[in-house]
Design a protein around this ligand. Sequence first.
Ligand code: FCB
Length: 441
Amino acid sequence: MFLWGTATAAYQIEGAAREDGRGASVWDTFAHEPGRTRNGHTGDVACDHYHRWREDVALMAGLGVNAYRFSISWPRVRPQGAGEVNARGLDFYDRLVDALLAAGIQPVPTLFHWDLPQALEERGGWMDRDICEIFADYAAVVAARLADRVPLWITLNEPFVHMAYGYAMGLHAPGRALMTGALPAAHHQLLAHGRAVQALRAAGARQVALTNNCTPVWPASREEADLRAADAYDVLHNRLFNDPVLLGRYPDLSAYTPALDFVRDGDLDVISAPLDALGVNYYNPTRIAAPAGAGLPFQDAGITGHPTTAFGWPVVPDGLRELLTGLKARYGAALPPILITENGCSQQDVPAADGTVDDAARVDFLDRHIAAMRQAMAEGVDVRGYLVWSLLDNFEWAEGYEQRFGLVHVDFATQRRTPKRSYHWFREFLRAQETGQNTET
Ligand code: FCB
């Protein structure tokens, strides 16, 4: 069955930040620090999904999706990161999973979508190797409760973005700006992923995947210096997180670090345990030029000549085809089936006087990206699912509530949900799949 669905993440939608025994996460701390997020927005309430989850499951049932990717809040399950298990936290996900199954929707949980328990950050966060065992233990606790009903698990969401924004540049929680000193946070996430794969399988999980944020990298010119810079960026953004998992080795990181002294014997065997799928999040390509001065071996040259989203991200549907066929060309038989675990766009969606939200640009975005995915499939890439980011407008990290990605509009003052035109369009699209009007996937 091809998975058609939507995706969300715990800190972005749940709210109820201090309820039912939930511990603090790095995002609670970060968002409450002055100047860290736009307008000082926090995820304290977000979409209040912790209380309104029944309504949100009903919205998905009405949409007709057969899969839902959500994330499990680690500090809701383990308030201190390790040790005490908060039964009320597990109960929440248990109820959610049952409600999804009752609605014919396959739950696809992600164990870590950036909301590290604050207590673990105080021990060094992802810079501390001990976190790998602690994560595997948390994975085992969650799977012991849910693996009987959850077939497919995702360990981590976008370790690249978490390392780059959270540890290298300080734009996301935990707000550290270590630049290339952040590389151990990459390795420890990958090792934690590998240990979690073992823990999940031991607990009976049938399928396990990792979600990476991938981008096609375009050199700004055919000049040697730009080609070299583009290659260096490709190593950092894509290959650093795909090669160890799929090939069991790191790419050449000498442009970033003299030695991988944080890698120990045996780590890569753990990291490269076979996966049932690779989760791919796609938003846009990246155009890279040679650096202007000292520092990193590349600079972002920006993309012009394409429409942009409200975020300013270029809209390049064919980049998805390029990405998928590129992954197949690079990894060949080592590439497991692919699941598009996120794709979508932010728009300035304002309800009209009659209450409707006409997000025509999002309809066009989704339509064209699905077509690009199908083109890649026609070219031989094994894609098993496509999940729209996102079900609801939500807390978009450092951008607060400014960037709206939902198929469903959320009025954050009243928590009123209004399906946008894209929701109605996607519902009709899914109906057409069922009735065989569109049988390509
Ligand atoms: C991805 C994140 C997701 C969301 C989208 C817009 O990088 O995984 O949580 O913020 O971007």
